[in-house]
Ligand binder design. Sequence first.
Ligand SMILES: Cc1cc2nc3c(=O)[nH]c(=O)nc-3n(C[C@H](O)[C@H](O)[C@H](O)COP(=O)(O)O)c2cc1C
Length: 450
Amino acid sequence: MLQGKTVLLGVTGSIAAYKAAQLASDLVKLHADVHVLMTKNALNFIHPITFETLTGHKCLVDTFDRNFEFEVEHISLAKKADAFLIAPASANVIGKIAGGIADDMLTTTLLACTCPILIAPAMNTRMYENPIVQENLEKCKKYGMVIIEPATGLLACKDEGKGKLPPVQMLIEALLKEIRFEKDMQDLNVLVTAGATMESMDPVRFITNHSSGKMGFALAQVAMQRGAKVTLVKANTTAPVPSFVKCVNVKSARDMYEAVRAVAGSMDIIVKAAAVADYTPAEVAGEKMKKKDGELSIPLKRTTDILAYLGQNRRAGQLLCGFSMETEHMLENSAEKLTKKNVDMIVANNVKVEGAGFGTETNVVTLITRSGVTELPLMSKDEVAGRIFDELLQLRSKKQEQEKGLAEEIKKLGDESQETEEIYRGEKKTEEQQEDVTTEQQSEGAPKEA
Ligand SMILES: Cc1cc2nc3c(=O)[nH]c(=O)nc-3n(C[C@H](O)[C@H](O)[C@H](O)COP(=O)(O)O)c2cc1C
């Protein structure tokens, strides 16, 4: 995920410094080139050898260290950095950054950085809530730095409150949001649905399906990392929910329909990856249904087809993408949905194909649009999500070009009909009439023959 990215990791004199070792290790596993810069006080909490072993680079502490080969180290590092993450950030370092002080390797390099800077404060609650610290954080924010909100809980000093370094996974997600992708979906409103709906039969039992929500979550995460404002309507799932998306929890197909309908109007792109029940029990028993001898049949009724509803009620320029899970005649069935439900793209997959479908980390899908069919090989759900949005963005720019052409055509027709009306009313002359006038004027002005 961070292949080709250089990440500077700043570690300061906070008790949470030991967690930075896990952070450095996880960043390396994501293929980032990690360089650790420590303050002198951080050396009291963790040894640089830990970071040097994990990252394969010398850990930088002293600005005036002559023990390197070439270049002014803090400038060359700042130039090649894609991000500078300070985790944990002490109250002292936050104050220095806010004040523009550069008296060690970490703060000097930071001043030379033009890449995204992320600060993860970690300290005792009283220190964190101190108005001076808060003002310093505000100042850093004002200068465009990202402040990662500390977690609340039991602190090392046995106090309870806000100030803990958030879990390493959260820090990584904050970093990925900033630097993983180009922001080619900046500020687009994207709605993703995910998970399996649950249709209650009685207070104890329900009907559901095997969807894990992983495909929908990958879509939500990729769109968010590409700069979109993502709303995730999620039913029952087993996968971890992505950060930085607005999450709406639902249970049944009916709940999902209501939640989607409430927000659909403001969306630029809607991707429906949830596995929504087609049928729900006609009646939900108020009490637990008692076991009896013999077989049991439960009458089911149709649920609302959310994709069809969206196709019928879409606003101009909105892109609609549905998923189609088939076990036979995948292409024919999916292509039919494209026209029948008035959508722009159907992502078809066959659960019977190895590596595709429910619960897996991978998928094998075919993207079906009005202009063609693209079969994708086995890839991670994350990569599939990327390809889906690539295709949707292409469709979006094509649509926008068509709409622009149409608007110009309509304007031209409007101008022409106005001109005809003016000529009809005698307010304007036709080209022929104008020519006649010019010829008359010329002949009036011409010297008379003797
Ligand atoms: C045991 C111990 C734990 C500390 N934990 C923190 C902490 O979590 N956050 C913080 O801002 N300061 C903490 N401090 C205070 C800092 O180490 C101190 O302010 C130091 O000057 C910070 O230096 P630096 O910002 O250059 O790394 C701690 C100090 C000690 C002795």
